[in-house]
Design a protein around this ligand. Structure first.
Ligand SMILES: *Cc1c(COP(=O)(O)O)cnc(C)c1O
Length: 357
């Protein structure tokens, strides 16, 4: 069988979840949207369900997948519903629901749901994507209460720049939130991963860690708490072919690499069809037989090439780590001009294998 694999370390996942709780003293919804950022939502939720306060997903399809797998904990729909007809399912499956727009509020008022809902009323405090305008927030809250369809409301907002520790945008968003929620006696939820790790003073009864659960830092720079995270995914494969090239020979599509010296080239069963970023350039770190080396030439669909000149012990069958505990996914992402979030979500074709159950 093709040796490409993603190993998912569920013990590391639990470690990271506990870190989110420990750093905040808050209740934490484990964000498992987009198939747990490529890590497998059902298996990740099962690994956390004994201790998690709840889960968060993007949409009802993702929530129903968790319910079908027997997950009983609260599940929050981070974008709420897309059509009013989802409200019946939301009530039936006891899902929690974000309300981010006035059309959703109206749909709830007009709906026939009789079971009281748990709603997270989202305020636009500066990201300007979704959320109720601060000036409309009090009245939206009162309308929800008056609708008779509500069991509980949590006040929430989302940060646009919490990963930038030296800008004041996050503090400004908190100030807007605090001013507009004044007088509303309800729990609140503000902090995503960068705010859990890097903004200890921000009050948030519920936190919503996503990327940190999977062990990747949301910061571009070193950060003390982020360095306590444990990478969960190891993307691995093996060397399937080795050749010695003299100086001056091209490697791969477009001859993007020309050997500057006699070069030992290893071919790895991994390509962009697996989600490895095609734009990772020559020099992107990779570990072969326990030794750090670099990519050479263009990544192709099913294969990529690595420099084995300084790894003479590497041979056909040698293990390769594309990212994991030795090569950080964030470092590969940075080389390819993207973020760990995206390279995790892009993962496909490779089987996921779980350890640390
Ligand atoms: C995705 C998401 C999160 C998690 O963000 P991370 O940066 O991965 O921690 C939290 N809150 C909302 C509303 C989200 O959409």
């Amino acid at each position: 069988m093709r040796p490409a694999r993603a190993l998912i370390d569920l013990q590391a996942l639990r470690h990271n979840y506990r870190l989110a709780r420990e750093l905040t003293g808050a209740k934490a919804l484990a964000v498992v949207k987009a198939d747990a950022y490529g890590h497998g939502a059902v298996r990740c939720a099962q690994a956390l369900q004994a201790e998690a306060d709840g889960f968060a997903v993007a949409c009802i399809e993702e929530a129903l997948e968790l319910r079908a797998a027997g997950i009983k904990a609260p599940v929050l729909l981070l974008e709420g519903f897309f059509e009013a007809s989802e409200l019946a399912l939301i009530a039936e499956h006891d899902l929690w629901c974000v309300v981010h727009s006035l059309w959703q509020l109206e749909a709830i008022e007009q709906s026939g749901v009789h079971k009281p809902l748990t709603l997270w009323l989202k305020m636009d405090t500066g990201m300007h994507r979704v959320g109720i305008h601060p000036k409309d927030y009090h009245s939206a809250y009162q309308r929800l209460l008056a609708s008779g369809k509500v069991a509980r409301i949590v006040l929430m907002s989302h940060f646009a720049r919490a990963d930038e520790l030296d800008v004041d945008a996050t503090a400004q968003q908190v100030a807007v939130f605090d001013a507009a929620r004044k007088g509303l006696a309800a729990e609140c939820s503000l902090r995503n991963s960068p705010a859990v790790l890097g903004w200890p003073a921000i009050k948030s009864d519920w936190v919503r860690p996503g990327i940190m659960l999977y062990g990747a830092s949301p910061f571009e720079v070193e950060q003390a708490q982020a360095s306590r995270l444990q990478p969960v995914m190891t993307l691995q494969s093996r060397i399937i072919s080795v050749r010695e090239l003299p100086a001056g020979e091209p490697v791969g599509y477009g001859a993007r690499f020309i050997s500057p010296r006699p070069t030992r080239v290893g071919v790895v069963a991994m390509g962009y069809a697996d989600g490895y970023p095609r734009h990772a350039p020559t020099g992107t770190p990779v570990v072969v037989a326990g030794k750090r080396t670099g990519l050479i030439g263009r990544v192709s669909m099913d294969m990529l090439c690595v420099d084995l000149t300084e790894v003479p012990e590497a041979t056909v069958g040698s293990p390769v780590e594309l990212w994991g505990k030795q090569v950080l996914a964030s470092d590969v992402a940075q080389q390819a001009d993207t973020i760990a979030y995206q390279i995790f979500c892009n993962l496909k074709r490779v089987p996921l294998e779980y350890i640390g159950e």
